[in-house]
Design a protein around this ligand. Structure first.
Ligand SMILES: *Cc1c(COP(=O)(O)O)cnc(C)c1O
Length: 422
């Protein structure tokens, strides 16, 4: 049971005195506006705040917590590694580096792995590899490489990556921008075809756009991009940092349509919710252009990261978590369809255990307000744009807990409709 079934309304909740952890004049930079929840512990799909209130975590760290909080196998792997060796730098090697690369490439059916830490670094790595491949192998004149990217995409926060973005909040004020990106509408293979020319080294897209609100492209989008890239000697780079590692009911989202990218970026769940671990996996000949000294990372592929990353791969090898995401995802979809039929949602998109829900405009609630109400009732979710919220619970969430979260969402939306008198 939720211990706070009679939780105060949002207004009262936000008026709650700041918890001790955030007491005093704030010294934290203001680049986030979190929900007013101060968490102190987590286990599985549940987290607990400083006041002992429990919440179902239906954001799961933007899929970094695909296996829930403190998964026993992942914590055990990390603890064991803490007592062995945690960092070597790549100036030396260690006993888990090659096993980590083997585990993740074999899981994903790829040839080679280049380890980094954050998602943005993996994307940067893919961009650098694609450009260098373009110059060294494809023969693009030096400095002229272009990469076709999609409108509405989210690939991270570095200056080069925000140069690929057309979201004003992400992009504006951070110029001068890195040249060499062509932004075309997402889901439109013809627009990609029109943007490709002799300078194009890569097409870089998310198989499902996460931050944009779980935007699912037409089923033939990735297959058409694959064919287009083959035809024009262009690399297909898929950013699976959020969509990958089980979320869509398959190991990678690209598996849903039987496409294999030349390079795939992984992150988030690869670190098991314990530490940042990212990687680019893909073609040996492409990643092979990054010869010694041309690219690297002090922490990339460190022993602790590899220990956790191997344990993550081990969790996914049997395929049961992916199957679970698909099964629970079907239930999620059924519940979402009921909300649509009831007129509480204007539109919705689900794939695997992942949903982008657009709250019916007549309810007069932003996604943020919806998430505040959900939090007051014990469910943590995240708004994206406008009136859209995103649900991405841990893949191993209990069926009853998923039901409970959706019961609460239904209740919140119904109460809101009653309140606005529609
Ligand atoms: C989160 C995310 C990133 C960036 O990852 P960070 O670890 O925050 O740098 C890149 N691409 C996609 C699709 C993401 O969801």
């Amino acid at each position: 049971m939720l211990e706070h079934a009679d939780a105060p309304t949002t207004a009262q909740t936000t008026a709650r005195p700041p918890a001790p952890a955030s007491a005093g004049p704030g010294v934290l930079a203001p680049n986030y506006e979190p929900l007013h929840v101060v968490l102190v512990s987590g286990e599985g799909s549940w987290v607990t705040d400083v006041d002992g209130r429990r919440y179902l975590d239906c954001l799961a760290g933007y899929s970094a917590l695909n296996f829930g909080h403190r998964h026993p196998a992942l914590v055990a792997a990390a603890k064991e590694q803490l007592d062995a060796i945690t960092l070597t730098s790549r100036a030396f090697t260690h006993d888990l580096l090659e096993p980590f690369a083997r585990a993740v490439t074999s899981l994903t059916g790829t040839e080679t792995l280049l380890p980094m830490n954050t998602g943005a670094e993996a994307v940067e790595t893919a961009v650098k590899a694609a450009r260098k491949w373009g110059y060294d192998v494809k023969g693009v004149p030096d400095g002229e490489a272009t990469i076709v990217v999609a409108s509405g995409a989210f690939h991270g926060r570095t200056t080069t990556i925000v140069s690929m973005s057309d979201d004003p909040l992400t992009r504006d004020g951070f110029g001068p921008y890195t040249p060499g990106f062509r932004i075309v509408p997402y889901g439109d293979a013809d627009a990609v075809a029109a943007a490709v020319d002799g300078t194009t080294v890569a097409v870089l897209v998310e198989p499902v756009q996460g931050e944009s609100g779980v935007i699912i492209p037409p089923a033939d989008y990735l297959p058409r991009l694959r064919a287009l890239c083959d035809e024009h000697d262009v690399l297909l780079v898929l950013d699976e940092i959020q969509s990958g590692l089980g979320r869509t009911g398959t190991t990678l989202a690209q598996d849903l349509v039987g496409v294999r990218a030349d390079l795939t970026t992984l992150g988030k769940a690869l670190g098991g919710g314990i530490l940042p671990v990212s990687a680019v996996v893909g073609r040996r000949d492409v990643l092979g252009v990054l010869t010694p000294g041309t690219h690297g990372s002090t922490f990339g592929g460190n022993p602790l990261a590899c220990a956790v990353g191997i344990a993550v791969a081990d969790l996914l090898v049997p395929g049961t978590l992916q199957a679970r995401a698909a099964t629970l995802g079907a239930e999620l979809r059924a519940r979402v369809e009921a909300l649509l039929a009831e007129g509480l949602l204007a539109s919705a998109r689900t794939v695997g255990l992942w949903a982008g829900l657009d709250v019916e405009p007549s309810l007069g609630m932003t996604g943020r307000q919806t998430c505040e109400l959900l939090a007051a009732h014990g469910v943590l979710a995240k708004d994206t744009h406008g009136s859209t919220i995103r649900l991405a619970p841990p893949l191993n969430i209990e069926r009853e807990d998923l039901d409970l979260a959706l019961d609460i969402l239904t209740k919140v939306l119904r109460e809101r409709r009653a309140a606005v008198g529609r």
